[in-house]
Design a protein around this ligand. Structure first.
Ligand SMILES: Nc1ncnc2c1ncn2[C@@H]1O[C@H](COP(=O)(O)OP(=O)(O)OP(=O)(O)O)[C@@H](O)[C@H]1O
Ligand SMILES: [Mg+2]
Length: 214
């Protein structure tokens, strides 16, 4: 297996609306190794989120168009996969964390139930209820949340802690690539390092895999 997990070649993306055509991404090239974390920095509007959405093939229908280039994940061009093949990769091999944790968390479920839900979807080795429950606690500890707080609801956590629950959910399915589409610590005012260290410690204990922060 090659040590390149993700390679983007000459990617061009435009947004076409009735009013205008925006050339959002113009010939970007990048490579993420299997054990690497890549930070993509750029001024607002530079195309970071657009690139992340393109990797997940989640660009807005009809408006967002990939006009050229390749997105190679483990050597496979994601742009050539059928939608059902892509569904097997999304969430499972490539996970994405969105900017606002409240769009990813359900306010009426405890964080334990929400992480369990993810683990159940990806429970290919048929782990028992007890094993999954233990894994929930591990995932929380991994991102720096004491396991005893698993019965809490999202509103009982600070913004930064909510963000870490989202990270725990994303890591729960052992993705090979984790994309944080925007600063994962954005909600944590005052402490700009919380989100990143949550991902770092989470990943260092998980299986090998690249990550990508932008
Ligand atoms: N749905 C859309 N329709 C039309 N244009 C869009 C759409 N989404 C993004 N754009 C445009 O595409 C360009 C790239 O936007 P994008 O959100 O990828 O930038 P970004 O690097 O993530 O910025 P930020 O740092 O502010 O998050 C911008 O000019 C933006 O206005
Ligand atoms: Mg963005």
């Amino acid at each position: 297996m090659s040590d390149t997990l993700l390679e983007i070649k000459d990617l061009n993306i435009v947004y076409k609306t009735d009013e205008e055509t925006v050339h959002a991404v113009n010939g970007i090239r990048l490579r993420v190794g299997t054990k690497e974390t890549l930070g993509l920095v750029g001024e607002t509007g530079a195309g970071k989120t657009t690139t992340a959405l393109a990797i997940m093939r989640l660009l807005p229908d009809r408006i967002g168009k990939i006009e050229g280039g390749e997105i190679l994940f483990d050597g496979k061009n994601l742009l050539e996969l059928k939608e059902n093949e892509m569904r097997g990769i999304r969430g499972q091999e490539i996970a994405m964390i969105f900017q606002d944790p409240m769009t990813s968390l359900n306010p009426v479920l405890t964080v334990e139930d929400q992480i369990l839900e993810v683990l159940k979807i990806h429970n290919h080795s048929n782990q028992s209820k007890e094993e999954l429950g233990k894994r929930v606690e591990e995932m929380l500890e991994l991102v720096g949340i004491p396991a005893v707080r698993k019965s809490c609801y999202p509103h009982e956590f600070s913004g930064g802690m909510k963000q870490r629950v989202v990270i725990a959910m994303a890591l729960a399915c052992n993705p090979r690539l984790l994309i944080a589409a925007d600063r994962p610590d954005a909600a944590e005012s005052g402490s700009r390092r919380g989100g990143y260290s949550g991902i770092r410690s989470g990943r260092s204990k998980g299986p090998s895999g690249g990550g990508w922060l932008s």
